[in-house]
Design a protein around this ligand. Structure first.
Ligand SMILES: [Zn+2]
Length: 251
């Protein structure tokens, strides 16, 4: 388990990973085997020397607090998470400016929260699966009617009232949710007006097959909302400087 250590005197932090006594091997951007470089990982030792005699404390990462504007797979990016010493809450910026640099961690003043900007149905994926799976095949008009109905079902939905699907989306600001039972019943009831007989049965099966982890999941997109605190800590980077220009951060 990763552990964060904060120096109370300097307001500096370091991530202590179980591997930091070992050198870290990283592939060069060119990717050839001969170009493997070794990065010395005695950062933690350096931190202890630098903060000798200072008061250190452990911070615990607050689960599910991780946010970033870039995909998880993106190596060069800035992300944020929250940590606590049991009493106070801290906002940590995690970043790397170049692909061959180790990750850096920094405490910042201010706070952030996620704000849902849109919630939508996965139209393209649904159409594709309807064409592939439903027998007897649906007409274009029926597919369009189903999409229209499902869009209506998902309208004005509050993601807070929905169950989040635990599978990780490739992007931290895109989260998938299951529709609730009430909306599921409404969807099925209204499908009776569009589909009859064996087609209705096939649609009913389709809905049950896709509602929990398939194309019927609702996709919510979030944005990171940064908030300034009244009296920012002098030593920390102000959250205002983080807005917009990601590249300016940490310089
Ligand atoms: Zn210190």
């Amino acid at each position: 388990m990763n552990q964060i250590i904060r120096c109370k005197n300097c307001d500096a932090i370091i991530m202590k990973t179980p591997f930091d006594q070992y050198p870290e091997y990283e592939l060069s951007p060119e990717g050839s085997f001969e170009d493997f470089r070794m990065i010395e990982k005695d950062d933690f030792q350096d931190f202890l020397i630098l903060h000798h005699g200072h008061q250190l404390e452990n911070l615990k990462i607050i689960e599910d607090s991780f946010v970033s504007e870039r995909a998880y797979s993106e190596p060069v990016k800035t992300s944020f998470f929250k940590a606590t010493n049991g009493k106070d809450k801290f906002v940590v910026k995690k970043f790397r400016e170049k692909i061959d640099e180790p990750l850096k961690y920094q405490l910042i003043s201010g706070d952030y929260s996620l704000q849902c900007t849109t919630i939508e149905i996965q139209e393209k994926e649904i159409s594709k699966q309807l064409i592939n799976e439903v027998k007897p095949p649906l007409s274009q008009t029926q597919i369009a009617a189903f999409l229209k109905l499902y869009r209506h079902v998902a309208e004005d939905i509050d993601p807070k009232a929905l169950e989040r699907v635990s599978e990780e989306s490739p992007h931290p600001l895109e989260i998938y949710y299951k529709m609730d039972d009430l909306r599921l019943m409404y969807l099925l009831r209204n499908c009776r007006n569009i589909f009859k007989g064996p087609q209705y049965s096939a649609m009913e099966e389709f809905i049950y097959r896709h509602k929990d982890n398939g194309v019927l999941l609702l996709k919510a997109t979030y944005k990171i909302q940064f908030t300034e605190i009244a009296k920012p800590e002098k030593k920390r980077v102000s959250v205002a400087s983080l807005m917009g220009k990601e590249k300016m951060v940490g310089k």
